[in-house]
Design a protein around this ligand. Sequence first.
Ligand code: FA5
Length: 415
Amino acid sequence: MVTLASEPANYSVVGAQHGCAPSRHDFLCLCGVIYPSTMPIDNPTDRTLAELGITNNSEISALFATVREQFDHQLAAKTGSEPEYLALHHAWLGRKSGILSAITDNWLKSAPPALKPVVGQSLNELKRHVEGRMESFRVAAEKSAAEFAATREKIDLSLPGVSRPIGTHHLIRQVFQEIEDIFFSIGFSVVEGPEIETPYYNFEALNIPEHHPVRDDMDTFYLELPKGAPGPLLLRTHTSPVQIHTMEKRQPPVRVIVPGKVYRRDNPDATHSFMFHQIEGLAVDSDITFCDFTGTIDYFVKQFFGEGVKTRFRPSYFPFTEPSVEFDASCIFCGGSGTAKTGGTCSKCKGAGWIELFGAGMVDPAVYGFVNYDPKKVSGFAFGIGIDRLAMLKYGIDDIQVFFQNDVRFLRQFP
Ligand code: FA5
């Protein structure tokens, strides 16, 4: 065996036997002992053949045989894990600091011409050997990593499941659903429309021309548009524009309800919000009468609040209905007596015995003109229910703001 370097007096045995990953600079002695790079000793692969005193072919063969033995020894000490593979690959085949690169630089390139062929051939054989073994190591390491992952990720069906709390619909959504179900049962269907509208749909086509005083009550938010935009856009103030969209698209008979959000520049207080919810209703056919109208509303109110509730209507005004009415229901808190159950005036209806519910009316013939319906052939009714206030009434909520604060203590009361 060729002596490659004199062993230092103060070395310690480290490396494969100790589990640490060898690097090129740990590769100091080729007889199976690895020294840490911090030790002041020679590394044969850092020196040229001349510096190692190697002068003939047989010494070269022996030298390469020793290197190969060292590799085999290190490989045999591995358990087959991926990190071990990577470390060994880096130590032997690393481009910059790998042992094979060092041999190429220090032994092959500087070899005297007479020795070069045998050094080249030995290096190629060593390379093939190392690469072949490393490839098998890689395949085995990958396989063992996959097997380990499969074992780790195996689902244990006997474990108890993770229970996640399931949320519930917001009270406003629940009330929407309740109302929709009532109208479904009498042949209405749901349509939806845009929340961003043109003044034409929000006002003009509903018979509310520019400068009409009603527009003041519905002052709303206009969108800032880029210069040259075709016209103003606004956040709809009510769901009534969807009446127009619907009649533009469909011929009578029409029976629809329109749930959705609406926006007004109202200051927030216990009964006002700048964003709230409405359900529009529209029925148009060849022979719809005022009687059909009041009968439908009465049916809805009784279904929603209970059979005992009475309804009445009072004259009102909306530019898009004629006649227009305001529907009231007998107070659900005092039974319409005006006196609280505990005595004294009922605080909910303020002693009137009636609570205002929503506005409605027979569709104004002028509106039919905007959608090319013949007012002589069709008639119908429309209504617009404020959902938030209806929900407050039914569930005894005295501040509309709680709907928008998302306090779970409130929400949990309506599972
Ligand atoms: C309208 O919006 C009409 N479009 C309703 C209508 C439709 C009439 C079809 C005739 C035919 P009004 O402005 O009254 O009407 O609003 C309807 C309901 O919305 C009110 O009764 C009230 O319950 C609710 N509402 C109005 N403003 C607010 C607000 N700022 N916050 C919460 N609810 C509101």
